[in-house]
Design a binder for this molecule. Sequence first.
Ligand SMILES: *[C@@H]1O[C@H](CO)[C@@H](O)[C@H](O)[C@H]1NC(C)=O
Ligand SMILES: *[C@@H]1O[C@H](CO)[C@@H](O)[C@H](O)[C@H]1NC(C)=O
Ligand SMILES: *[C@@H]1O[C@H](CO)[C@@H](O)[C@H](O)[C@H]1NC(C)=O
Length: 120
Amino acid sequence: MKFATAFVVLAAVLGSCYLVSAQSHNYFFGARVPYDTLVNQTTVIQTGAFLRVRSQEVIYPLKGQRGRNITAIYVYDRLGGGRGGFASITSGGIGKNFTRIYLKSQRGNGMNFQVEVYGR
Ligand SMILES: *[C@@H]1O[C@H](CO)[C@@H](O)[C@H](O)[C@H]1NC(C)=O
Ligand SMILES: *[C@@H]1O[C@H](CO)[C@@H](O)[C@H](O)[C@H]1NC(C)=O
Ligand SMILES: *[C@@H]1O[C@H](CO)[C@@H](O)[C@H](O)[C@H]1NC(C)=O
């Protein structure tokens, strides 16, 4: 039990080190499986504004359309240099047929995210 806890803590520390050294704010939710496909790909670009936090939601599927069973959501930070924003799933997501992904910039920075939603 104690060993497992130590391992999780170590993994978390290593994980955050990796994130810092990579200087990019990529987010990977779920994992792709055989026979899933890219069901939506969208790029969200916003310019930074002095002291402002920018945000935008990505919603899948479009209103009135049927959603596939989501296997993975990959959010790639194209801004780089540690200036990228943050991504979180606010509704639905992996194993669901809909999702809302909330994208938020760092204060004063813009964002350039490529969001890929996979489903089957
Ligand atoms: C993908 O999602 C975006 C954001 O919700 C939407 O603007 C776009 O039309 C969608 N593309 C397709 C092919 O459904
Ligand atoms: C999701 O699946 C449920 C149950 O199969 C269905 O009733 C609903 O219409 C689906 N929603 C979308 C957005 O496809
Ligand atoms: C999606 O697939 C998972 C794993 O097979 C299953 O547990 C889940 O109920 C499915 N969800 C929908 C909305 O079909």
